[in-house]
Design a protein around this ligand. Structure first.
Ligand code: ADP
Ligand code: MG
Length: 425
């Protein structure tokens, strides 16, 4: 055991020059070395490649890597060769002779990693040759390509299932940066991963606290928040008119450090407003979703949504503009009765008899399913009776629903009375 420990580190240092593994590379490698089906969900740049490349060197036989793009394969193989690792890829660009050479090197146990496209798994010549090659394990890179839900759906990824059936006993490592539950389930099912060990590193933004509030007088509520807010923020509204009206209201209430921003402004107006905001420590922009792309401001302390974002991806992106400096930050999602009753229509899968709170949570769930958030530790329902712990109130089903919330707590606030303890300080 200790020898293996040493061997892993030595290999890492020798071929890659790294001194240590990143979390959770080493555990993934152990799982692969133990011939377990394994699934890893890690953000781009986390270092997934090493999780199959290193065990490929330590295991006997050839690791078959399934990759969606020739450019990716070439890049990886070049890097591996540069490090002195025997790796090859098969592509239709190669003539029969080149392919023959590669197959022979695999049969002789010289090649440690063989990259192929999913299409190749049904190629007769490939299948004939593979019978004479000892495989160590299968690595499926960009495994979300197997999911019909994603944008990268690649039907030929479904070939992997049959290939696995015909090569029983060979374990599989699936790798992806997409972690929505639907996609995850599809990967598990379609690759027929048996009791897989799953490694997942969260994409969470722990410093953003989400307040989800049902409120009839949103203007008043925003005014209350801004009285406490001493730092920069963004307020997202749906229309240009809303942006202008809210700005006017706040100016009348003596809150002067706010401006509106929308696509109707001239380029120079937009630039000057954005610059002012960028360089200020307390300026607030009230904006349609015209504002956002390329924002790189560290100290955005809060993002208020005057209405729920029409797109889930937008919502995640928009609140993600808060707290880039890592300091505690706030997202306020404001609702009114009308928006809540429209809600069932927004959701494709209607679930009848939901309380309004559950509807909102379901909406948030769909937001965070996309956003890959984690379950918050606490979800509070606030009403005139006080604070109730939502996780205690609701069925386990709803708890699952919260599985992907990326915040420590969600506060649902359904009274128009302000609670001073919850005001932004
Ligand atoms: P992913 O496939 O998860 O997007 P890659 O496998 O392409 O990520 O790796 C991203 C970068 O991280 C590469 O430049 C790689 O060299 C580097 N890297 C991976 N593992 C380590 C490590 N243990 N120590 C230092 N750098 C690492
Ligand atoms: Mg990768």
């Amino acid at each position: 055991h200790q020898d293996l420990q040493k061997l892993k580190h030595k290999t890492l240092k020798h071929f890659w020059g790294h001194d240590s593994f990143r979390d959770p590379q080493e555990q993934v490698i152990d799982s692969v070395l133990n011939q377990k089906d394994t699934l890893i969900l890690l953000p781009t740049g986390a270092g997934k490649s090493l999780c199959y490349q290193l065990p490929a060197l330590l295991r006997e036989g050839v690791c078959l890597v399934i990759s969606p793009l020739l450019a990716l394969m070439k890049d990886q193989v070049n890097q591996l060769k540069f490090r002195g690792i025997e790796a090859e890829y098969l592509s239709s660009e190669l003539d029969d002779f080149d392919a023959e050479v590669i197959y022979n090197r695999c049969k002789d146990g010289l090649t440690k990693l063989l990259y192929v496209s999913p299409e190749r798994l049904t190629n007769i010549q490939f299948l004939r040759n593979i019978e004479e090659i000892q495989l160590s394990f299968i690595a499926v890179d960009e495994a979300h390509c197997i999911s019909e839900w994603g944008q990268d759906f690649r039907p030929s990824y479904q070939n992997i299932k049959d290939f696995r059936k015909n090569h029983p006993g060979i374990s599989c490592l699936a790798l992806t940066a997409t972690a929505t539950p639907k996609v995850l389930d599809e990967i598990k099912n379609k690759l027929e991963l048996k009791n897989p060990t799953i490694f997942q590193k969260s994409f969470k933004r722990e410093n953003i606290k989400i307040f989800c509030e049902e409120i009839s007088d949103k203007y008043q509520r925003i005014f209350n928040i801004l009285k406490f807010a001493k730092e920069s923020g963004i307020i997202y509204v749906r229309t240009r008119k809303e942006a202008e009206q809210l700005t006017e209201y706040l100016h009348k209430k003596q809150i002067q450090h706010v401006d509106f921003f929308h696509a109707g402004l001239t380029t120079s107006e937009k630039n000057s407003r954005q610059n002012l905001w960028n360089n200020s420590s307390n300026h607030i922009l009230i904006s349609t979703n015209a504002f956002g792309m390329g924002i790189d401001k560290d100290n955005v302390r809060f993002v208020i949504h005057f209405s729920p974002s029409p797109s889930i991806e937008n919502y995640y992106q928009e609140i993600g503009r808060a707290g880039r400096d890592g300091n505690a930050s706030y997202a306020f999602l404001l609702w009114d009765q009308q928006e809540i009753s429209n809600f069932d229509q927004i959701l494709k899968n209607q679930i009848p008899n939901k309380t309004e709170f559950e509807k909102i949570i379901t909406y948030l769930y769909s937001i965070f399913q996309v956003a890959e958030f984690e379950m918050p530790e606490k979800v509070f329902q606030l009403n005139t009776a006080g604070i109730q712990n939502f996780t205690k109130l609701s069925a386990a089903k709803i708890k699952n629903v919260l599985n992907f919330l990326h915040t420590q707590e969600i506060i649902y606030y359904n009274s128009n009375k302000s609670l001073s303890s919850l005001e932004l300080k």
